[in-house]
Design a binder for this molecule. Structure first.
Ligand SMILES: [Zn+2]
Length: 299
C-alpha cells in the first residue's frame, strides 16, 4: 500500500480536485474552539498546509503542566477529515473529560490532522493522497509529515495513542470507487458494519486494552457484529468489535507514534440506530475506556 502506483496522471488529479467543494469551515468549527482550552493546555501550532497556510494552520494541544515523569497519551482526530465525529470527539474529550485524566497523564490532542479533508468532506488530501496510509518518513502527505515531525521533536516515549475514525456508507459509494479509478486496481468490497469497532495492531494486539474500550463504548452505542464469516471489513475479529491490522506496515496514524498501547476507533455515523451526538459520545467513551484501563493497570 505504500507503493501505490496511480494510473491517474496530473490531469485526472486536477480534474478530481476541481470537483471538490468546500462545505464547512475548519477555522470556525475547530480552530475557534481551541482557545477555550488554554487554561490547562498550550495551544501549539505545528505548521500550516502549504497549499493554503492561512486557512489550514495545524494545532496540537498539550497540557501546560507537562511532567516528564508521567505517561504520554496522544489523541488524533481528522486524519480522515470527512470522519466528523473523530474531530469533534477529540474536542469533546478536551471539553468534558480531560480534567479527569490531566493529573495522571500528559495529554496531547491533535484534533484535525487533515483540515482540507474536513472542509471538503474528503478522505484524501488535495493531492489524492490518503493520509491514513502515509505516516512514513518523507511520505507524500504534508498532513502526516508535519505531525510526525512535531511528535518526533518532543523526544518523548508515547504510552498510548488513540486515533479517532469513522467507517461510513460513502466509503463504499464514493471513496473506494475513486481509489479504484486512481490506481486502476479493483478493491475488495465488504459490507459497511453497522456499529462501533476498533482496529488494533497485529504486532501488538493489547487485547485487554481494546476490550476495555469496547466495553466503555457499549454503554453509549452498539458494537458492530461480525458478518457470517466472523469478519468485519474483511478481517476476522479477534474479539467482539475488534480487528487487527499490521498498522505500521500500512503506515496508519496509530502506528507512527510507537505507542505501547494503540488503537483506531471506527464509529458508524450512518446507522439508523443512532444520532450524530452518539457518534461523538462513542469516540469520547472509547478514549475514556482506554485511559481508565491504563489507570487501573498502572497506577
Ligand atoms: Zn478513517
Amino acid at each position: 500500500m505504500t507503493n501505490e502506483v496511480a494510473v491517474w496522471g496530473d490531469k485526472e488529479k486536477t480534474n478530481w480536485l476541481t470537483e471538490q467543494v468546500i462545505q464547512r469551515s475548519y477555522l470556525d468549527e475547530v480552530v475557534s474552539k481551541l482557545d477555550g482550552f488554554k487554561n490547562i493546555f498550550n495551544i501549539s501550532q505545528y505548521g500550516a498546509l502549504s497549499y493554503a497556510p492561512k486557512k489550514y494552520p495545524l494545532f496540537i494541544v498539550i497540557n501546560l503542566n507537562f511532567d516528564t515523569s508521567k505517561k504520554n497519551i496522544l489523541i488524533t482526530g481528522g486524519v480522515h477529515g470527512y470522519e466528523t465525529s473523530g474531530v469533534h470527539g477529540a474536542l469533546s474529550f478536551l471539553e468534558k473529560e480531560v480534567d479527569n485524566y490531566i493529573d495522571q497523564f500528559n495529554i496531547m490532542v491533535a484534533p484535525c490532522v487533515s483540515p482540507w479533508g474536513y472542509e471538503t468532506i474528503n478522505r484524501w488530501n488535495p493531492n489524492t493522497i490518503d493520509p491514513n496510509r502515509s505516516f512514513f518518513k518523507d511520505g507524500r502527505s504534508e498532513e502526516c509529515n508535519l505531525l510526525m515531525q512535531e511528535i518526533a521533536a518532543m523526544k518523548i516515549d508515547m504510552f498510548a495513542h488513540i486515533d479517532l475514525h469513522e467507517t461510513t456508507d460513502t466509503d463504499n459509494s464514493v471513496f473506494r470507487p475513486a481509489l479504484e479509478k486512481r490506481d486502476g486496481v479493483t478493491q475488495e468490497l465488504w459490507d459497511i458494519p453497522d456499529g462501533f469497532y476498533l482496529v488494533g495492531d497485529t504486532e501488538n494486539p493489547s487485547f485487554d486494552f481494546q476490550k476495555a474500550m469496547i466495553d466503555a463504548v457499549r454503554k453509549v452505542t452498539h458494537i458492530a457484529p461480525a458478518d457470517k464469516n466472523g469478519k468485519i471489513i474483511g478481517k476476522t475479529i479477534t474479539q467482539e468489535g475488534v480487528i487487527n491490522y499490521p498498522i505500521k506496515k500500512l503506515n496508519l496514524c496509530a502506528g507512527f507514534s510507537n505507542a505501547i498501547y494503540c488503537s483506531t476507533t471506527e464509529v458508524y455515523p450512518d446507522s439508523p440506530k443512532i444520532k450524530y451526538d452518539d457518534c461523538v459520545k462513542a469516540q469520547v467513551a472509547a478514549i475514556k475506556g482506554g485511559l481508565d484501563y491504563l489507570l487501573s493497570k498502572y497506577s
